[in-house]
Design a protein around this ligand. Structure first.
Ligand code: 5RP
Length: 231
């Protein structure tokens, strides 16, 4: 099965999780090609949701095109689920995200949600995070100085994602050459660098549930119960 079919399978599996939702609930929606499949599946499923809190302009456009109402975080008290992909996820449910550059809003919406459901194809599961370059969103005037500090702190090689501007008007540095032993600590340390908006490590708020699409079916890995099942 090719990677896109696996992404689609993970996205469809997420629909089953929404059955636990009361009608007219809200969901948080991430960004990326796997999430695009989820948005399309959600629209065609007839699931009754009140609306979606979106993590990017791209996802907002797709949700709106399907007629799914967009709700801002300011309007809500609770968000039962946040559904998003990842660039890498380890066995402790820590992730690298931000390959699509939406990391900051993704982190904000994920922080508001009770449960983070990560939808991925099997290639995203790794023993150690870092083969995928770790994105850091920085305020443009701090880019060069922040890159120096990041190199000193991590020993990795920060590269400017040239020509890319985030939805928040900022720049991205992608850190190459990392093997991240302690994702929680690195997430915190990177946030201390002046001019850093956020980084793509999702360890302090990792995933609660991983729906991992493999050639043999979608595996369901639940962080709380440490249980794994397949469908
Ligand atoms: C975007 C993200 C995405 O979740 C991540 O890049 C995975 O994308 P895809 O589903 O296209 O593989 O963090 O900022």
């Amino acid at each position: 099965m090719n990677q896109d079919k696996l992404k689609k399978a993970a996205a469809f599996a997420a629909l089953a999780e929404l059955e636990a939702l009361a009608p007219d609930s809200l969901i948080g929606v991430g960004t990326g090609s796997t999430v695009n499949h989820f948005i399309d599946a959600l629209a065609s499923s007839g699931a009754r949701i009140r609306g979606a809190v979106s993590s990017s302009e791209a996802s907002s456009r797709r949700l709106a095109a399907h007629g799914i109402p967009l709700i801002s975080l300011d309007e809500i008290d609770a968000l039962p689920f946040y559904i998003d992909g990842a660039d890498e996820i380890d066995y402790g449910f820590n992730m690298i995200k931000g390959g699509g550059g939406a990391l900051t809003r993704e982190k904000i919406v994920a922080a508001a949600a009770s449960r983070f459901i990560c939808i991925c194809d099997a290639s995203k599961r790794v023993a150690t995070l870092g083969r995928f370059p770790l994105p850091v969103e920085v305020i443009p005037m701090a880019r060069v100085q922040a890159a120096r500090e990041i190199a000193r702190l991590t020993g990795g090689e920060p590269r400017w994602r040239e020509g890319f501007v985030t939805d928040n008007g900022h720049h991205i540095l992608d850190i190459h050459g990392l093997a991240i032993d302690n994702p929680r600590a690195l997430e915190t340390e990177l946030n201390q660098i002046a001019g850093t908006v956020t980084n793509g490590l999702f360890a302090r708020r990792g995933a609660d549930l991983l729906l991992l699409a493999t050639a043999e079916g979608v595996q369901r890995h639940d962080r709380q119960s440490s249980a794994t099942s397949s469908r």
